[in-house]
Design a binder for this molecule. Structure first.
Ligand code: FAD
Ligand code: NAD
Length: 158
């Protein structure tokens, strides 16, 4: 099985899109991630999966905490930027929540302390214990078959 077959199959699993952020001292770092899931209600745990090549790994290993911002349908440009697809450097104004940088105008923000981490192949799985949550109304940005979608598009294709 080649990498493309794997990615094509995984792309059939429609997801939302998040930006994972963290802060170590004065340094803030963000990256786009769709490998995000809810894990446990008691305690409240979530999971993110980060490529070993991502700069984010060094940040979380030092800060031992991260935030997850669930993007709205209007934030495709934010996702592309934090995936490094939009090369023009930006001076991003973060939304400060529970002393962590998060993405402004996203649907939900979670702050987490690292509860556990596991190396899994070429990624590290970080399980985070949720320390605070904020939620707003709106429609999510979706990712399906390697493309950004809106919920209305998905209604048309499934
Ligand atoms: P970089 O590539 O250096 O940073 C990402 C971008 O954010 C750069 O443009 C950088 O300038 C900017 N940036 C970061 N911090 C700041 C700041 N403080 N101020 C201003 N700009 C800043 N990879 C995974 O490992 N796991 C996933 O689950 C995952 N899901 C993805 C889902 C989608 C839809 C897409 C498009 C990509 C996904 N990726 C995922 C790939 C990942 O987003 C990219 O490989 C990303 O570039 C890795 O980030 P990095 O930490 O190496 O940092
Ligand atoms: P794509 O067609 O590569 O993604 C389809 C699906 O494949 C993703 O939703 C994910 O589930 C899986 N996938 C892709 N790359 C992976 C990786 N390196 N490790 C584990 N699973 C992976 O979508 P695209 O628009 O070409 O992606 C843009 C870039 O972002 C690519 O470089 C891709 O590798 C990366 N990406 C990484 C992950 C991840 O690390 N979990 C997830 C999505 C996208």
């Amino acid at each position: 099985m080649n990498d493309q077959t794997f990615r094509t199959a995984m792309g059939k699993f429609a997801t939302g899109v998040t930006v994972v952020t963290t802060k170590h001292g004065e340094d803030i770092h963000g990256m786009t991630a769709n490998a995000f899931m809810s894990v446990s209600l008691n305690p409240k745990l979530v999971l993110i999966s980060i490529d070993e090549k991502a700069t984010m790994i060094n940040f979380i290993n030092k800060s031992n905490k991260f935030a997850v911002s669930i993007l709205s349908e209007d934030q495709k440009d934010v996702s592309a930027y934090f995936a490094g697809q939009d090369k023009e450097a930006r001076d991003v104004e973060f939304n400060w929540f529970n002393d962590m940088p998060t993405i402004k105008d996203s649907l939900a923000n979670l702050t987490c302390e690292v509860y556990d981490s596991v190396t899994a192949g070429d990624h590290t799985l970080y399980i985070g214990e949720v320390t605070d949550i904020s939620v707003t109304e709106g429609e999510p940005l979706a990712f399906y078959e390697g493309k950004y979608r809106q919920m209305s598009d998905l209604n048309g294709v499934v």
